[in-house]
Ligand binder design. Structure first.
Ligand code: DGJ
Length: 749
């Protein structure tokens, strides 16, 4: 495992436990992609690089007699524009003389233990003893450009990350018109594209479509990774399912504009290009300067989509999220947003805290409305000092009260935003991203701060520091409630405007980094009107992200399932909210709401003063259950159980401990039926030779179907072999009532 170079055959072998990636230095130094798939024991796969003259696909000048050796038909390792490859390029550079032709050839390479760390971008943290990296320098002599392709291999996790650094080694200035992180050519194969689209309050809806001969682009030009298209896509075999078929995942570790482009070319080969979005991007590269692209986390699974997801879950949990919070038991949160919105004062907050503590909640999070002149969403953003008329005891008074009750305390910020009606805007109107000659586009009546400017970042940091130093705060909810528009910085000059969108993201990362370094014990939960910035870039700083502003359990089934194709449940902010739900009016039993919310960072988002004694008792029970299963849910392997057919009836998923000693099955019926089918559920990931006993059942079901004559086949104490549970499954009781749900805990006996 690891990285090897065969000097004789000029082939690089990048091997993980269950995958192999090969790059060949072709004639003339053309860097070709030879293979990515199941391990082939370092068999040289460059024999697959078939040459064929397709006509209208030109040849390198020095090999002009070799008509099959074309940049347009051979699988390239990093595609460029202008020199005969007509497929989607990864890199487009306008040189000093206006030429946009780029022809990169192999120059040298380095294989190193460990990996290089970016100072400005998030990255996948290395595993101390196993991470190896390969850096290949490509060079275009005429352009004077050196492109370093970087590959980091996480062998035991079946992950390879890719990025590139583009360095201007000429004596002139050039301009990057497109600078994607990677491209990958998969030779002829019929595949599906899976991506995760959505909208505010309905994020990451999984969509699967067969690839056709065209370019399919999944991206965002909203300045953030967006609710609308997550920067994560999967290419898989047409027939691939949860447990079978080849799948490739590409997850861009970036929180701004992005583009995931997939092209099926004239011969049926597939090209994947992932990186920063091309719209609103140009970058002037002066002599001696280099541009770093964000990292793409790639994984390959020959065992279907389930394994692909579990590969991502492990690497994100263990190598992306801040390590300080890996083993930290996240407290069960109560957040006041849906309980009060802006309508609170210190008395009501204290009453809520008291009631929440009675229910067993462990942290109180004070959401939007505590600062500046903020009584609704029209003013106050940018003024990060307490609103004393609402909270005369100050944040410290509130935090002390929480501490007295045994609750931790968290606070909401929206650091990158500003209202026109704020002291910050009155003092620094130029701090806003806007075209100075136009009225800005408003959204939620707010504007976006120009985070590309270090002095703006510093101003917000100092304001946040004042608050964080003044009270015992152990959590920040970091919100972001609009898309970018009028992306113009008064500090960037005419030439620099194409850089502002990317510099904005870098500014945000620098603020996050500064807060993290100054307050390593404070956990940050990311948020952007729910899950508008749910990406691996943010997860580098914020180990959890509020998954959606839609807290309704039945809609959440799809949102959370879509999210968990790439991201582990430990990152998914998920709360039980009131019923009827505020977003869609649906009524769902409290047990069902909790079973869904438990597949996340679990908490409550309601006014606990309004709960009945029975509900409080139920919540105490739920918190005890969740805390008991905490490690199993957060660190266990996640399995999607329901398939596209059963999903019309119910959604089921499970967690299995790494050592297979316990499992937790969750099932929610979304379409209750008369004379119903028995829900047969086959478990996954168990030890086939072990016996598992049902240790506990938690369910929303209070009544049995009338006159059903049904004899229940499951009960606490029943035991089954792992093989039986995985191949025959469980025959669950038919479920009756409103959105019934069941959670079954199995332990190995
Ligand atoms: C959007 C978030 O997703 C909500 O949870 C809440 O914090 C509001 N913003 C507050 O404005």
């Amino acid at each position: 495992m690891g990285i090897k170079f065969d000097d004789k055959r000029k082939v690089f072998f990048l091997t993980t436990q269950n995958s192999e990636y090969q790059i060949a230095i072709g004639d003339g130094g053309v860097l070709l992609h030879a293979y990515y798939g199941k391990p082939v024991c370092a068999a040289d796969m460059s024999y697959l690089l078939a040459e064929i003259d397709r006509g209208f696909s030109g040849n390198y000048y020095e090999m002009r007699d070799r008509r099959g050796f074309s940049p347009d038909t051979l699988p390239q390792e990093y595609s460029t524009f202008g020199a005969g490859d007509y497929r989607v390029p990864a890199l487009v550079v306008e040189q000093d003389n206006g030429s946009r032709t780029l022809d990169l050839r192999y120059k040298e390479h380095r294989i190193v233990q460990g990996r290089r760390h970016s100072e400005i971008l998030p990255y996948v943290r290395e595993n101390s003893d196993e991470t190896e990296s390969l850096e290949i320098d490509l060079f275009d002599e005429v352009a004077g450009l050196t492109v370093t392709l970087i590959y980091n291999v996480f062998a035991s996790k079946d992950v390879i990350t890719r990025s590139s650094v583009i360095a201007n080694t000429s004596g002139n200035t050039c301009r990057l018109l497109k600078a994607a992180s990677m491209s990958l050519d998969i030779t002829y194969k019929k595949m599906d594209l899976i991506h995760f689209h959505g909208r505010h309050a309905m994020e990451r809806q999984m969509e699967r479509s067969p690839l056709t001969h065209d370019v399919h682009m999944v991206g965002s030009s909203r300045g953030t990774s967006s609710h609308h298209n997550n920067p994560f896509v999967i290419l898989c075999d047409r027939g691939a399912g949860e447990d079978y078929g080849e799948c490739y995942g590409f997850m861009l570790m970036y929180s701004g504009n992005h583009a995931q482009e997939v092209e099926v070319d004239q011969s049926g080969s597939i090209r994947m290009v992932s990186g920063i979005g091309r719209e609103d991007f140009t970058w002037k590269l002066y002599m001696g300067e280099a541009f770093e692209t964000p990292e793409v986390i790639m994984t390959y699974s020959s065992r279907g989509l389930g394994q692909l997801s579990r590969n991502y879950h492990r690497i994100i949990r263990e190598n992306v999220c801040p390590p300080e919070f890996n083993d930290y038991k996240r407290p069960v949160i109560i957040n006041n947003w849906e309980g009060t919105y802006f309508g609170f004062d210190d008395n009501s907050i204290k009453e809520m805290m008291y009631a929440a503590r009675q229910c067993g909640c462990e942290m109180f999070v004070l959401d939007d409305g505590w600062f500046g002149k903020r009584d609704d969403d029209n003013s106050g953003l940018g003024d990060w000092y307490v609103n004393m008329s609402k909270l005369p005891c100050g944040i410290s008074g509130i935090a002390d009260y929480a501490e007295g009750l045994g609750l931790k305390f968290g606070l909401w910020f929206e650091p990158e935003m500003i209202n026109e009606d704020s002291d910050l805007f009155r003092e620094h109107p130029d701090y806003v991203l806007r075209d100075p000659d136009r009225k800005p586009v408003m959204a939620r009546n707010q504007m976006v701060l120009d985070m590309s400017r270090p002095e703006v970042v510093e101003n917000i940091f100092c304001q946040m520091k004042e608050v964080l130093d003044g009270a015992d705060i152990s959590y920040i909810k970091w919100d972001f409630n609009r898309s970018l528009s009028n992306v113009y910085s008064v500090a960037a000059g005419r030439e620099g405007q194409g850089e502002v969108a990317h510099r904005f993201v870098l500014g945000t990362y620098s603020l996050l980094k500064k807060i993290r370094e100054t307050y390593p014990g404070i956990m940050i939960e990311g948020c952007s009107g729910g899950g508008g910035r749910f990406d691996a870039g943010m997860l580098f700083y914020t180990p959890q992200i509020w998954c959606s502003d839609n807290s309704e359990a039945i809609n959440r089934l799809r949102i959370q399932e879509g999210t968990c194709y790439g991201y582990p449940v430990s990152t998914v902010g998920s709360h039980v909210s009131a019923s009827p739900n505020h977003q869609n009016g649906r009524e769902v039993p409290i047990a069902t709401r909790a079973i869904v919310a438990m597949s996340g960072t679990f908490g409550y988002e309601l006014d606990p003063r309004e709960l009945t004694e029975d509900e409080k008792e139920e919540i105490r029970k739920q918190i005890d259950l969740y805390n008991g299963y905490y490690s199993l849910i957060q660190n266990g392997d996640y399995f999607r159980i329901s398939d596209e057919y059963s999903r019309e009836y119910f959604t089921a998923w499970s967690f299995v401990a790494g050592d297979k000693t316990e499992a937790l099955l969750n099932l929610v019926v979304t379409d209750v039926r008369a004379n119903p089918e028995i829900p047969f559920v086959k478990l996954k990931g168990l030890d086939p030779l072990a016996r598992y006993r049902i240790d506990n059942i938690y369910s929303s079901i209070k009544e049995k179907p009338p006159e059903s004559g049904f004899r229940s086949m499951i009960g606490v104490g029943n035991s089954y072999s792992g093989a039986a549970l995985m191949n025959g499954g469980l025959a669950l009781d038919p479920m009756y009532g409103v959105y019934p749900a069941i959670q079954i805990h199995l332990i190995k006996v």
